[in-house]
Each structure stands twice: as C-alpha cells, then as structure tokens.
Design a protein around this ligand. Structure first.
Ligand code: PLP
Length: 379
C-alpha cells in the first residue's frame, strides 16, 4: 500500500533538486568567515543565498538574518521587539505564543483581540487593543491549522502609524502564497525552509532596515552580531534553492493546489456531512490547506485508522500526555465542542497528485463508513 502524506503543514519532504544543490556545499567544507579560497567559496554560497531570499521575499539582503528555523526566528523577534505591552492574536503558533507567555510571566501586559468565526483577525479589535504602552503587535500571515490568511498589511498600516512595530509569523505562508516583505510593511517576518521543501533546521528572520533588534545570542559576531554562530551554508543554500523553485512554479503550483484541495473537499462532502473550518473567500485561504469537521466522528479514531491505511493527516486537537486538548485556533473561532473533536487537517505539498487525492477520498470513505455512528453519512 502506498503511503500518502497530507500532513505537509507539519513538514514537507525535501525536493531532490534541493538535495543536489546542497550536496557540494556539504562535501566541500569551508567556513564562510575564513579568508582562504575554500572559505571564500563557502561565503559566495552564503551571500548568493541571502540575495535569493531577499529577492523572492521583496526585502534587501542586509535585512535577512539566517536562523535555525521558524521557532528561533519568532523568538528573536518577540523577545527583541517587546519592551512593554504586547498585542498578539489568539491564533498564533506556539513559536510566537510561547515567547509571549514567557514575557507575560515577567510582567508584560498581553492582550489577545478576537478573531471572527472564520478565524480571521478582527482589525478593529486589534486597533482598539493598541495603546501608548504597546511595544509589539504580532499577527501570523497564514494560520497553520485552518490556512486562514490574515490582514497583516492592514494591521501594519494601522499599528506602524502609531509607532508600534508589527511582527508576522509567515512560516505557513512563504512557499504557499506570494509574500512581499516591504509591501506588508511589517518590522519583522519569520519563515522556515522545511515548510517549502527545503531542509529542516534552517529559516530566516527579515528585519526591516532601521528596526533595532537586540541579539539573543552572543558569540563570534557572524551575521553582523545579529545572530552569531557559524552559518550552516549547505542548509542555507538548500533553503534558497527551494525558494527559487517555488518562485519559478508559484502560479502553477497554487492553481494545482487549489484544484486538488477543492477536489478533496467535494469528494468528501459528496459522501459525508462535513463542516469546513476557515475562510470562504479564496483570497483569504491558503491554497493547499483544508480543515474539515466530521460531525459525530471521533477525530482520534479517524486519524489512527487513516494512519493504518497509509494516510498521514493531523487533528484540530492536539494529544499531549494522553489527554486530547482542543486547538486554540478552533476554540478562538468558537467551533462547537463536538466539531472540535472531529476536525481533521489535510495539507498538501508540491508533489501531491490527483491520484493521491482520489485515493485519500476512497480510503477516508471506507474508514468513515466503518466507524461512523450513522448520522454523518449521506445516502
Ligand atoms: N510558526 C508556524 C505557523 C508553524 O506552523 C511552525 C511549525 O510548525 C513554526 C512557526 C515553527 O517553525 P520551525 O519548525 O521551523 O521551528
């Protein structure tokens, strides 16, 4: 039985072309800080990658800080920018809400303005929450669970005009939709390579020129002291290659994703009653994410049966230490309890095929038919 990965918001498989681009840098060695020719070759790979990231993201090379991934990039931004009160959306990933909660324990006043029922931030509530003590507003660009694209540019226009820097966690957006740093108007933006078929363990933070961001680490002074440590050049080259591959194929990739995502939803909704969690307007949705509730079904049972059937998906609720906890995103959207427990996230990657989608529809159909209580099945 062929396994099918529809859990690609968790991570994506490496593109073989990315591996080919990384291999020579891994094998050659050479510290980019060294002045000999080996070091200079490594440095060229590093700086060329910086230019690629800047070009694809609409930033300038000096604004790119390479990190170990999305978690580090978000931590760097939140701890670096927040000097007082924080306004953070209630649907942030733990990579943002974790540092925010940490600052709260140290006395920071934190406000979490509502999202609407589709999981999109309420701009008026955000603007109202900003006051003279606010030192940071943070709103992710696309939500990892529902795929809801957030009005980050409009928030930045409001907050930055009041002198409040905006950070956006764009980890789920980069490589899925076009992202332009300067057009968003934010102070900082975080991204991570393993979400767009690059390697895990590398990402970046874009820091708008003129924004002062104290470093979190101190050491050898690499990356102008902003993020010291010997840069993993092969990983960085791989990340830049993955971004170039995305950019060369982005329109076709998005159209393909949208068609596959909709084929999946209509194939499932022909057989069962399903409830989509997330926005309806196409411009507010990631093209490759679909979060569906199967009323009356136990999501845990569905996930496990799908796993046995070779299909990887994830739940809208997280299981930790044996207890299933509701997703903060779905809770913030006001999703009722039974749907919280029955919601499943399907997320597609660049190599997902129509045949795989049809096979998933078939396998889900067989499983739900077996475990359903009867109510959700269409006759
Ligand atoms: N932010 C979002 C929205 C994510 O989905 C993730 C990963 O799941 C992260 C941040 C963390 O990124 P990384 O795994 O590179 O640390």
């Amino acid at each position: 039985m062929r396994s099918i990965d529809l859990d690609q918001n968790a991570t994506t498989p490496l593109d073989p072309a990315v591996l080919d681009a990384m291999r020579p840098f891994w094998l050659a060695g050479g510290n980019p800080e060294s002045r000999h020719s080996l070091g200079r070759a490594s440095r060229r790979g590093l700086e060329r990658s910086r230019e690629v990231v800047a070009r694809v993201l609409g930033a300038s090379p000096a604004e790119v800080v390479f990190t170990s991934g999305g978690t580090e990039a978000n931590n760097l931004a939140v701890f670096g920018l927040a000097t007082g009160a924080i306004v953070a959306s209630p649907i942030e990933h733990p990579a943002v809400s974790g540092p925010v909660e940490r600052l709260k324990t140290r006395g920071a006043y934190v406000t979490r303005p509502d999202v609407d029922r589709e999981g999109v931030a309420d701009l008026a509530a955000f603007a109202n929450a900003i006051d003279p003590d606010t030192s940071l507003a943070t709103l992710m660009l696309a939500n990892n669970e529902t795929g809801a694209i957030q009005p980050v540019a409009r928030l930045a226009a409001i907050a930055e005009s009041l002198g409040v820097p905006v950070h956006t966690d764009a980890v789920q957006a980069v490589g899925r939709i076009p992202v332009h740093f300067h057009e968003l108007g934010v102070a900082t933006l975080a991204a991570s390579a393993h979400k767009f078929h690059g390697p895990a363990g590398v990402g970046f933070l874009l820091v708008r020129s003129g924004v002062s961001l104290p470093p979190a680490l101190f050491g050898g002074g690499q990356q102008r002291g902003q993020r010291p440590g010997t840069p993993p050049v092969a990983l960085i080259v791989g990340m830049a290659t993955a971004l170039e591959l995305w950019q060369a194929d982005s329109s076709a990739r998005m159209a393909r994703w949208q068609a596959l995502r909709d084929r999946l939803e209509s194939g499932l909704s022909r057989q069962f009653v399903v409830v989509r969690h997330g926005p309806h307007a196409e411009e507010s949705r990631l093209p490759q994410t679909l979060n569906l509730g199967f009323p009356g079904l136990d999501g845990d049972a569905l996930l496990m049966q799908l796993d046995l059937a070779g299909v990887s998906v994830s739940l809208g609720s997280a299981c930790s230490s044996g207890a299933t906890t509701a997703s903060p995103t779905l809770l913030a959207m006001g999703v009722p309890d039974d749907q919280l427990r029955s919601s499943v996230r399907f997320s597609l990657g660049a190599f997902t095929t129509e045949e795989e989608i049809d096979e998933v529809i078939r396998r889900v159909g067989a499983i739900v038919g077996r475990i359903a209580t009867g109510r959700p099945i269409r006759t």
